[in-house]
Design a protein around this ligand. Structure first.
Ligand code: PLP
Length: 393
């Protein structure tokens, strides 16, 4: 039985997969079982932020595996303390809760926001509504699916969790109207600065400013879902810095630990002590291997020189895309790139790219690139040549 046959016989068919079995990787290149090599512009949906098997990162994780790989959260570990301290110091937050995924980070944010209002205003006040945006994506658990503002996700699994109201992204009057309709009942507004799965759609500065102004008026918490946009992806450690705002809560996951499972919910001084003993938990949360990987990522990404290189490479991508006739326009920030095509279908192009040794992603009807943050100029150029040959033929 070959790998794909064995796989499909035993693993639930929840994903649409290409017929490629990836076996190993180095820097920005993945190698398949059959020896074929692929330049990777997707990096495992933005998780392999330092590329495949970065030496410093792999050494840190294997050293940690030889020291202590896991312990329950009944005890302390130095690696979790060190990583949490670095993460808080670099992001400007007071405290963190660690989980294992983006959905889990967002679950924590949802619980935190509801408990913040419960503690302060009481159960009877019913301040439990969280405003999220149309076309958002916050995860696959029932709560985060309920938060997700896309109807296609609200199927099969009824009943969904109540208490989420959707506002159209970049529509300030809709935001104000929904806040007014639910006055005194809203505990938080949750949003992505750039909607990733929704099609690489950035919020406008005006809309972001309006969220913060409106929330400040009524003690409503701001929650930035930076699961995809965070940790250097958009050309700053956090995208909130590019918008000049400081959300009460920021969630992180994908790229945070360079490709091992992690989720983090960061909270500011206003709400960092809301989740008290026994109100939340996660067996694997703060796992030493994940913290070891995350420590290497944070050290690298918090170097201003590394961030400057992300922005230079982001421009190189845009320059190369401008040379392709079929490209109608480019959306996104930094190395979170969405490409609008004039006539061709994104899904067809993704398949053709793979045939020609380039792995990309799509989001809605756009091509999407989330390359490793340290991708080489050479691999950007090689990958873009493959893309140009496909698009302009
Ligand atoms: C991927 C993603 C999630 C979900 O993360 P998982 O690790 O798959 O649970 C949540 N929010 C955003 C913005 C994402 O891009």
């Amino acid at each position: 039985m070959d790998t794909i046959e064995k796989f499909n016989q035993h693993v639930m068919g929840t994903y649409g997969r290409l017929d490629i079995v990836l076996d190993k990787g180095s820097e920005q290149t993945a190698t398949a079982e059959d020896g074929k090599e692929y330049i990777d512009f997707g990096s495992g949906i933005g998780t392999n932020s330092l590329g495949y098997c970065d030496e410093q990162w792999a050494d840190a994780i294997s050293a940690q595996a030889h020291a202590i790989q896991h312990t329950s959260n009944y005890y302390y570990t130095k690696i979790q303390a060190d990583f949490a301290a670095k993460l808080c110091e670099q992001t400007g937050y007071n405290k963190v809760f660690f989980g294992n995924s983006g959905a889990e980070a967002n679950e924590c944010a949802i619980k935190l926001a509801r408990k913040y209002s419960f503690d302060k205003y009481g159960k009877d006040a019913g301040r439990n509504i969280i405003i999220t945006l149309v076309n958002s994506f916050h995860g696959r658990t029932l709560a985060t699916l309920s938060a997700t503002g896309q109807d296609v996700f609200h199927n099969y699994f009824f009943p969904f969790l109540p208490g989420f109201v959707n506002v159209e992204a970049n529509n300030i009057s809709d935001l104000k109207a929904k806040l007014a309709e639910n006055k005194g009942k809203v505990c938080a507004v949750m949003f992505e600065f750039v909607q990733g799965e929704g099609g690489v759609c950035p919020l406008t500065q005006e809309f972001v400013d309006a969220i913060f102004e409106e929330c400040a008026k009524d003690d409503i918490l701001t929650i930035a879902d930076e699961v995809q946009t965070g940790i250097g992806r958009t050309g700053a450690l956090l995208t909130s810095k590019l918008f000049g705002v400081k959300p009460n809560i920021t969630t992180l996951a994908k790229g945070l630990a360079g490709g091992v499972p992690i989720g983090a919910c960061l909270a500011d001084e206003k709400c960092c002590d809301v989740l008290t003993k026994s109100t939340h938990g996660s067996t694997f949360g703060g796992n030493p291997l994940a913290c070891a990987g995350g420590s290497v990522v944070i050290d690298r990404v918090s170097d201003p020189q590394f961030i400057a290189e992300i922005n230079r490479k982001a421009q190189l991508f845009r320059d190369k895309l401008a040379e392709i006739d079929e490209v109608e326009g480019v959306d996104g920030l930094g190395l979170m790139i969405g490409v609008r095509l004039k006539t061709k279908k994104a899904a067809d192009i993704l398949a053709k790219c793979a045939d020609n040794g380039l792995l990309i992603l799509t989001a809605k009807n756009k091509l999407r690139f989330l390359p490793p943050l340290n991708i080489s100029d050479e691999n950007i150029e090689k990958g873009m040549q493959i893309l140009k040959n496909i698009l302009d033929n």
